[in-house]
Design a protein around this ligand. Structure first.
Ligand code: SF4
Length: 331
């Protein structure tokens, strides 16, 4: 979290983003139905800040990240990056922004070429897209990136399978930093790691943000992971944002029943408090995004659901300054 950056300087604005995918109803059927992976998502991220996107289902979060990176062409809505609507750009115009926006993946092993050494993986990222750097400086640049993510440059001769999970994720981060990005979409970057390593990688993200004035969209499935790194948090459910506010307010005063349930699932370190508190147990699984419930999409699992929840979709409303919630019973 970087509080030294000028506030209210928006780097990314996502407005009513929709990403719908046509899918066949069965392998024998020609009729198509629609999977609403992202269905009207809006948020902004200031320069040097972190927006945490949280929720059980992966599709809305990862698909939003991919739309921001230009991997998907949104069905509707717009994405304003650095003042420019990148959804309206031609492929050539969009190329200018490719290096500025990078992604860090959940599974660094799957995203790193197993036939290339750590040194070559970072070097390839530096010179990608014809990016010029004097030959003599290339080795120094690779080594300084490895050091930046706290990897000893001697590791440069190793291949991904010879490295630990934490080292591979650090290498993935070094590769993303090779492009001097402004915005990094971190897609569940610690969920495949041991708990002891998770904290180290989160600390590294924070240090790098401070040093390099980075802006993060930080995707995670549980609220515990994004708690310390996020300035703002958006809670997602079935393609929509159901609650958005600043991080401190969300953990102190969660308002949406789904957010409350997610928070109550985080184990507390104090055994006595943990033993006495009431857990909100969610019933059932998230419905399929192909067949979303009518009204409030959370109603089949919500213990507070009432008649209007079954038919009427609650809009995302501002309840107090900067705290938005999509729920009929929250005032
Ligand atoms: Fe529950 Fe109704 Fe609020 Fe949806 S709108 S979260 S069903 S109370």
């Amino acid at each position: 979290m970087n509080m030294t950056i000028e506030q209210n300087s928006v780097l990314l604005e996502v407005n009513n983003l929709k990403m719908h995918f046509p899918v066949s109803e069965s392998i024998f059927s020609k009729s198509k139905t629609v999977l609403k992976a992202v269905d009207g998502v809006s948020f902004t991220i200031n320069r040097g800040e972190t927006f945490g996107l949280v929720g059980e289902s992966g599709s809305v979060k990862t698909t939003t990240g991919k739309c921001i990176l230009g991997i998907h062409n949104p069905t509707d809505g717009n994405i304003i990056y650095n003042g420019i609507d990148i959804t309206k750009l031609s492929k050539n115009e969009a190329k200018k922004f490719l290096r500025e926006k990078q992604m860090i993946f959940q599974d660094p092993y799957g995203s790193l070429d197993p036939r290339r050494s750590a040194f070559t993986i970072v070097k390839d990222a530096i010179v990608a897209d014809g990016h010029k750097i004097p030959k003599g400086e290339l080795k120094d640049k690779v080594n300084s990136l490895l050091e930046l993510v706290e990897l000893d440059p001697v590791i440069g001769t190793r291949y991904p399978h010879e490295m630990s999970g934490g080292q591979r994720q650090r290498l993935g981060i070094a590769r993303a930093l090779a492009c001097d990005p402004k915005l990094i979409v971190c897609d569940e970057p610690v969920s495949a790691l041991d708990v002891s390593i998770q904290a180290q990688i989160i600390n590294l993200f924070e240090e790098l943000q401070e040093k390099m004035k980075l802006t993060y969209l930080f995707i995670a499935h549980d609220l515990a992971v994004v708690r310390h790194i996020s300035d703002y948090v958006g809670v997602t459910y079935l393609g929509k944002l159901v609650e958005v506010t600043d991080s401190r307010e969300l953990y102190k005063n969660p308002l949406h029943p789904y957010t409350k349930a997610l928070l109550s699932a985080i184990p507390l370190t104090n055994y006595e408090v943990e033993r006495k508190r009431n857990r909100i147990m969610l019933q059932g699984d998230i419905p399929s995004p192909i067949n979303t419930p009518t009204g409030c999409p959370f109603h089949p699992r919500c213990i507070y659901a009432r008649k209007e929840c079954l038919t009427c979709m609650p809009p995302l409303r501002e309840i107090s300054k900067g705290h938005k919630v999509a729920c009929h019973i929250v005032n």
